[in-house]
Structure formats: structure tokens, C-alpha cells
Design a protein around this ligand. Structure first.
Ligand SMILES: NC(=O)CC[C@H](N)C(=O)O
Length: 372
């Protein structure tokens, strides 16, 4: 039973299908790209990860919100999703950290949401058709369906990084008691806070700079290491940022790229990216580390990937591949002091099995400084 079950809402997809459900969160009409996430937990991180900018997120897990929303697990200062689809949301969350329930959070963030949808059936459909645009509306009117469909079909996500990136630099101290003393510049294409936390815990003070900061300005900060963050949208649209990364690569400063940062680095070396049919979003994606000959369960959230054949193997090697579909999940550049991954070693939500990559980044920083 849902609190405001008298208020109806509808999900409308670009193929013309209409799913009636129950309104929660904010009311009104929203249009976005409809994607699905298979995580059993981590909805707060999904809602606040800037990489979901422009997207209506469907949770395949049937009950969402059972541990509420807390003050610690925000991945950014706000929610970025364009809309939210669940089967059932939990009105009575139970957790020692709970600050509010899911409905109250979505209302506070003005996110239009719908419950009562068979999200597994919807996901099967998206897997067959590929991601589709869609709308959630509390004002559905059959006679205006064509106009709504036109709006849905015309929707595109554009200028995504500029929409989520900070506009001024910010500094974060290293974690108290952490070993080491390094300075990392994190390029903010829509970074998740757990990237900063993962660095702080390894003795790094972090300067977060806007995504459009030039290579010269970044290097003038004299970083011991540079991180290229995750972020939303089509990687190939960021031509100015890609040109700056191309200038950073030969600097010799250790560079670590995550997700969008990985894609942009590959583009900067002349590789191509492509859109996946329905992407990888969830916390159980198997990734094979070819060097270690081990498969890790990883947290992921991406709709694009680097095209393996387009990568110039004179520059390095494809170090990680997805065990489900064989797509590129990581690159180690031998020509440059750089390595990048498509998945999220900072996890949150998700398994922490690949946090060792942050340790490798610190080792590269130590080597570059002659500290090892
Ligand atoms: N999490 C991310 O950085 C996502 C990268 C990119 N926007 C994609 O969808 O592929």
C-alpha cells in the first residue's frame, strides 16, 4: 500500500506504450532517457550521482527505500535524475542513520517519480529495444498523447558536463591519520564524492577543478597526480575537454581516469566511443583484469564504451574487459603515465573489490615523486 495511492501517474515510452502507476515524489511531467539499474541497494547513490543527469532511472529491484535516505551517503549535493521508476517504495524505512524517507527526499529534490510499475518487465523491454526516451506524468491526457510523444522523441541529453560540473575550484584536506601527503587535482566532469573520500583516505589533499579547466591551469597547481572523474552524457561531445586531456597525457604526472574520464582519455588518443544498447548500470558487473587474470564484481553506470578495435595498441593495452559482453573496461597506457577504468573502483554503491586501483594510483604518485 502506498501513501498517496489515489494520485495516479503514467509512464509513457517513445514507442507509444503507456504504463499506469502511482505518483510519488514530485508531481508534473518530466521527459528523459529511460535506463535501468540492477542494484539491490544504493538507490541514494544512484539518485545523487551526477552521471545520471538527463536520465529517468528504473530500479529493477522490487522494493526501494527500505533503509531511507541518510546524511552521509550523498554522492553530490543534490539529485540529478530526470525521473524515477520503482515497483514499490518503502514508507517505513528502518536504519540507524535514516534522515527521511524516499518520497520526502524526491519531493525535496523536485524529482517526479512513479511506483506500481513492473520494473522487471520494463527492463526486459529496454533490453530488447535498447534504451528509450520516456516521460513520467501525473497529468496524462490521451487526447494529447501525440504531442507528448513528439516531445519524448525529440529529447536529447546535451552539454551534460557543463550542467553538473562545479564552476569554481574547491579544496579538501587529506583524512586525519592517513599515511602520505600528496596533492591530487580532480577534474570535475560530474564527480562522485566517494572518489574524493577514497583519495583523502590515502593521504591525498584534493583540489577539485571545473571540467573545463585548461591543462596549463591544472599543471600550474603542481599536482602529484591527476584524476579524471566520471560524468554524464555522450563522451564525444566534450571536444574542448578532450583536447586538454591530450595535453595532460605527455606531462608525466600520473593520471587515473574513471568512467567518463576513461572514455575522454581514449578519445584524446584517437580512439572512438560508441553507445551501448542498454548500458551497464548496477553493482554486479563482472570485469576481468587481464594482468591479474582475475574477475572482479564491479559497480557500473555507463551507456557508452570505448570501441576496442579503435584503440591504438602502440600506446598501451586493454587491461580490463567485461565478462558479460566483452566490452572494454580498462586501459593501461604504456606511452603515458596513465591508466583508466570504465567501472567505479570507488564503488558506493557496490563492492569495494577494485579499490586496489586507488592504491596503484598512489604507488604511481610515489614513483613519480621518487618516494618509493
Ligand atoms: N558514470 C559515467 O561516468 C558515465 C559516462 C558516460 N556518461 C556514459 O554514460 O557512458
Amino acid at each position: 500500500m502506498q501513501q498517496n495511492e489515489t494520485k495516479r501517474a503514467w509512464l509513457v515510452l517513445q514507442d507509444g506504450s503507456v504504463y499506469p502507476g502511482v505518483s510519488f515524489g514530485a508531481e508534473g511531467t518530466t521527459v528523459g532517457e529511460t535506463v535501468f539499474n540492477t542494484g539491490m541497494t544504493g538507490y541514494q547513490e544512484v539518485l545523487t550521482d551526477p552521471s545520471y543527469y538527463g536520465q529517468i532511472v528504473t530500479q529493477t529491484y522490487p522494493l526501494i527505500g527500505n533503509y531511507g535516505i541518510n546524511n552521509d551517503d550523498m554522492e553530490s549535493g543534490r539529485s540529478w535524475v530526470k525521473g524515477y521508476i520503482v515497483s514499490e517504495w518503502c514508507e517505513t524505512p528502518s536504519n540507524f542513520r535514516v534522515a527521511m524517507d524516499l518520497d520526502a527526499f524526491l519531493k525535496s529534490q523536485n524529482v517526479i517519480a512513479i511506483a506500481g510499475i513492473d520494473t522487471r518487465a520494463l527492463t526486459k523491454k529496454l533490453r530488447e529495444s535498447g534504451v528509450m526516451n520516456g516521460a513520467i506524468t501525473t497529468e496524462y491526457d490521451e487526447s494529447k498523447k501525440d504531442a507528448l510523444l513528439e516531445q519524448i522523441r525529440a529529447y536529447t541529453i546535451a552539454d551534460a558536463v557543463a550542467a553538473v560540473s562545479c564552476t569554481a575550484p574547491a579544496s579538501f584536506p587529506k583524512a586525519e591519520g592517513s599515511e602520505g601527503d600528496y596533492h591530487v587535482v580532480l577534474c570535475d566532469y560530474g564527480y562522485k564524492r566517494n572518489i574524493v573520500r577514497s583519495l583523502q583516505n590515502r593521504g591525498c589533499r584534493v583540489t577539485v577543478v571545473p571540467g573545463h579547466t585548461s591543462a596549463e591551469e591544472i599543471l600550474a597547481l603542481r599536482p602529484d597526480g591527476i584524476m579524471l572523474s566520471n560524468g554524464p552524457g555522450d563522451p564525444a561531445e566534450n571536444t574542448a575537454i578532450i583536447a586538454e586531456i591530450a595535453k595532460l597525457l605527455p606531462s608525466g604526472v600520473p593520471i587515473f581516469g574513471i568512467c567518463l574520464g576513461h572514455q575522454l582519455t581514449a578519445l584524446a588518443t584517437g580512439a572512438a566511443t560508441c553507445k551501448l544498447k542498454y548500458g551497464h548500470r548496477g553493482s554486479n558487473q563482472p570485469v576481468k583484469d587481464r594482468d591479474l587474470d582475475r574477475t572482479f564484481i564491479t559497480s557500473q553506470n555507463h551507456g557508452y564504451a570505448v570501441e576496442g578495435d579503435s584503440f591504438d595498441t602502440n600506446l598501451g593495452r586493454i587491461s580490463h574487459v567485461n565478462a558479460n559482453d566483452g566490452t572494454v573496461e580498462g586501459i593501461r597506457y604504456e606511452r603515458y603515465n596513465c591508466f583508466t577504468v570504465q567501472f567505479h573502483p570507488e564503488a558506493s554503491a557496490g563492492p569495494k573489490d577494485t579499490a586496489y586501483l586507488f592504491d596503484e594510483f598512489i604507488d604511481r604518485i610515489k614513483d613519480a615523486k621518487g618516494d618509493r
